[in-house]
Design a protein around this ligand. Sequence first.
Ligand code: ADP
Ligand code: MG
Length: 342
Amino acid sequence: ESLINRIAAGEIIHRPASALKELLENSLDARATSIRVTVKDGGMKLLQIQDNGCGIRKADLPILAERFTTSKISSFSDLSRITTYGFRGEALASMSHVAHLSVVTKTNSDTCAWKAYYSDGLLVPPKPGLTPDPKPCAGNDGTIITIEDMFYNTPTRLSSLRSPSEEYARILDVITKYAVHNPKISFLCKKAGSPSPEISTSPVSDVSQGIRLLYGHSTAKELLHVEITSGNANDHIDDPEKWSAEAYCTNANFQGKKTILILFINHRLVESSAIKRAIESVYSGVLPKGAFPFVYLSIEIDPRSVDVNVHPTKREVLFLNEEAIIERISDVIQQNVVGQSQ
Ligand code: ADP
Ligand code: MG
């Protein structure tokens, strides 16, 4: 049974960067305003994330790494969040099957922090001879999740990883994109033992400021801001067909070396080859050959219309009326980019 669990977990957590994406989303869900990531060996040896969010109640720690726990955890009184794309209660469970997982957490009503260790979905003792229950310790409000020795028990997954520096580059890429999308939140990422962080952001006023900081002045200088809605102002608020999108995309003067597409759907970083193709085709008519755009696109859509059959951690999304939505977004971007270049 544990082998089956490990294989299933490896389908959800592919590499350090995919684990980090889940951990970042948890910290953001916990309303953190500061998120600090520490990495050793591209996240294979150590991946640690510290936030100043709401923390986890001690009573919830025993079931934290069980599968599908979300609805059982009492801080989740708001059940509507569970129907939101992304909530399945599988991330920490999966990590406990393929890595050493430990948690230090404190809510603002706790007088001390609590530390817990997990393996295969369950609390385990920190050392032989000790009990598995959470131990009191010093700590600030918020949560520190530590993942060590990723895939130590899943050699196939381990061997599919690239070099530590490539895995680290993917981690930095994920953090950079979340930092752009969350301009009010401070993000920090560094290698363990290194004095200077690779990424260190402070709150900025909006997404374009974040792009300037993280992708450079020349990118930000050529940015267009585009807002798109499904159109009908009389749409019922609960209309599942209703959607909106916001984009920051470069104009015809910007000539990047490759397409950079940062795509968020309902505040989750995702990939969509259909959207990528549409964007590339818009720009292929505008940019000279060999030049590529930078596009940040955030779409908000009724969670019920995001395809639940595609696992959220597989990142490649499908959603209702995809073709019509993509066509409208491409049209509006095209009008703006072409209009601006004339
Ligand atoms: P999901 O996010 O789909 O609920 P996860 O396995 O990612 O599943 O997390 C399980 C639960 O653990 C979350 O629903 C949340 O209650 C709690 N949790 C995880 N990380 C944090 C965090 N950084 N701060 C507060 N609570 C957290
Ligand atoms: Mg989660």
